[in-house]
Write a protein that binds this ligand. Structure first.
Ligand SMILES: [Zn+2]
Ligand SMILES: [Zn+2]
Ligand SMILES: [Zn+2]
Length: 307
């Protein structure tokens, strides 16, 4: 075990030093769960017990920091109900090197885990001044015409910028982010995924999608073209949601995603980082299952890890 640790250190240290030396842009996962977080409200089952008993095992809702060291700037993807912890987590992990607030916030869609953190920017909490919030057109008009979000706009706590599908938004000379449409339960807004070009690396971020077969792109091909892809892994398999009607909340099962990539090589599979875990997903809390799954060559997202 000790030798393994030393070996890991010897291998990882030069990588860490190199990354820092080159000051390359990168992304950091500030959370990994589905909208309800972990532990999950109302769950008394085995899945949430570890996090109920030990707060260090709880996990934030999915969010991403895009970091540009040379420019000393960062951007936040998703405004989750855990935004307070996530801003602090980012500050701690980067040793306070960056401004506390991001240069802007990108939001995929109007489901509670992805945008309700915006309320913390308002008069009752932070009282922020014109934080740029980037959303697509339906999401924009939803925020502008419904309280409490409309108050954030009126009081200029946030300044909304409209994104257009497949049109890159340049954050700097080395970072751009491009939204694309994703099939999902669009009750209040459309749903976006994001392509992030950060320096030489291309990232893909798809936290919520109904099924890969409904997507107008070939996900295997998209993974091939990118360096790191963060993919919806809400449920491991159909069995885990026995207590709710799974057709109300469609997502690709991890097993379905793995089947799609069964003929892909190891170099393709290792680009995949699974995220947006429901509390019932064993990849969040079952050490046996995690150990077995790790052999499949796809990564499980780690909170506070950089990619
Ligand atoms: Zn979600
Ligand atoms: Zn649970
Ligand atoms: Zn959703």
């Amino acid at each position: 075990m000790r030798i393994r640790l030393i070996l890991l250190f010897v291998v990882l240290l030069p990588i860490a030093v190199l990354a820092q030396k080159e000051n390359m842009p990168y992304v950091m996962l500030l959370g990994i769960t589905q909208d309800g977080g972990y532990p999950h409200i109302g769950c008394q089952r085995k899945c949430c017990q570890p996090a109920i008993n030990d707060k260090s095992k709880s996990r934030n809702v999915i969010a991403l920091a895009i970091v540009s060291p040379t420019e000393n700037k960062w951007w936040l993807v998703e405004a989750t109900p855990n935004i307070t912890e996530q801003l602090q987590l980012f500050s701690n992990k980067t040793l306070g090197k960056y401004p506390y607030l991001p240069e802007g916030i990108f939001i995929t869609h109007a489901h509670m885990g992805h945008y309700t953190g915006l309320t913390y920017l308002g008069r009752e909490a932070l009282g922020a001044k014109e934080i740029p919030v980037y959303v697509m057109s339906k999401m924009k008009s939803y925020l502008e015409t419904n309280g409490p979000w409309s108050q954030l706009v009126q009081l200029k706590n946030i300044a909304i910028h409209e994104l257009t599908a497949d049109k890159p938004e340049f954050l700097s000379s080395i970072i751009s982010i491009t939204p694309f449409l994703v099939p999902h339960r669009d009750e209040f807004s459309e749903t976006a995924g994001f392509t992030i070009q950060a320096g030489k690396k291309k990232y893909l971020f798809i936290p919520d999608i109904n099924k890969w077969t409904l997507f107008n792109r070939d996900i295997v091909e998209e993974v091939r073209k990118a360096d790191i892809v963060f993919l919806d892994a809400t449920f491991y398999s159909a069995e885990e949601l026995a207590y709710r009607n799974i057709t109300e909340v469609p997502h690709p099962f991890v097993r379905e995603t793995m089947d799609l990539f069964k003929n892909a090589g190891a170099s393709i599979k290792q680009k995949i980082v699974l995220i947006h875990f429901n509390h019932t997903n064993p990849l969040l809390s079952d050490p046996q299952k995690i150990k077995l799954f790790n052999k499949e060559g796809v990564r499980i997202g780690i909170q506070a890890a950089a990619y």
